[in-house]
Design a protein. Structure first.
Length: 224
């Protein structure tokens, strides 16, 4: 089932995290629909519509899905359904690769075997379809631009809050841990490379926006 191109990378990654933690339950699938329950801030019902076995559309009860076409709960269900569709032999093969397979398929080995043209062609395709990687790549090669890049970074910050808050904008105890983990990932993967490249003006504006958002949102961060 081809569905990942529909989802922003950050949303798909969060969905995979939910899937890997076993938050998807009661999965049911027919020729035209997948339904499941996903544990998030609360239990959310997810419905995925299929057309000829392929992803068509999805709905979720979470507040984020009220204003966005796709959410992490839908992605989690789709990851679970994709795994459920695979034959048992494929599950076994993917879980138990040989030592030779592990050595052969490491990223370093694959890049060493590729020609410069192959690497450039592959990067061109991947970066054209993945805004998250595109931002990271531009940072690595020192081609950031405050005017054009800042709105994307600020939107990523807003998404951290929108995807974890309830309809009233409150991040409750159940979602606070996810919010913290996702914020830390954002700082490590997207902001730290900007620091390393000396893009301090851009970093300051991103962090200022993040701090203002934190100051204006109610978060239940109790430890017990």
């Amino acid at each position: 089932m081809d569905w990942e191109d529909y989802f922003p990378t950050a949303i798909a990654e969060r969905g995979y995290d939910y899937y890997s933690k076993g938050y998807v339950t009661d999965l049911k699938q027919t020729e035209t629909q997948i339904t499941a329950t996903v544990t998030g801030t609360q239990d959310y019902c997810v419905v995925i519509d299929l057309a000829n076995g392929d992803f068509q559309d999805g709905t979720c009860e979470c507040p984020y899905a009220n204003s966005h076409p796709y959410c992490k709960h839908m992605a989690a269900v789709l990851y679970q359904a994709t795994v459920a569709d695979k034959p048992a032999s494929q599950h076994q093969d993917s879980k138990a690769p040989t030592d030779n397979d592990n050595r052969e398929q490491t990223p370093t080995k694959l890049v060493e075997r590729a020609t410069d043209r192959q690497v450039r062609d592959f990067l061109s395709v991947v970066l054209a379809h993945d805004n998250h990687l595109l931002k990271m790549f531009r940072t690595v090669i020192g081609e950031t631009n405050v005017v054009t890049d800042l709105p994307n970074y600020l939107a990523s910050v807003d998404d951290l809050f929108d995807s974890n808050a309830d309809a009233g904008g409150f991040i409750d105890y159940g979602a606070a841990t996810d919010f913290g983990d996702e914020t830390l990932t954002f700082l490590n993967e997207e902001v730290q490379p900007l620091v390393d490249q000396g893009e301090y003006g851009l970093v300051f504006q991103i962090l200022a926006h993040l701090m203002l958002k934190i100051d204006h949102v109610d978060i239940d961060d109790r430890e017990c």
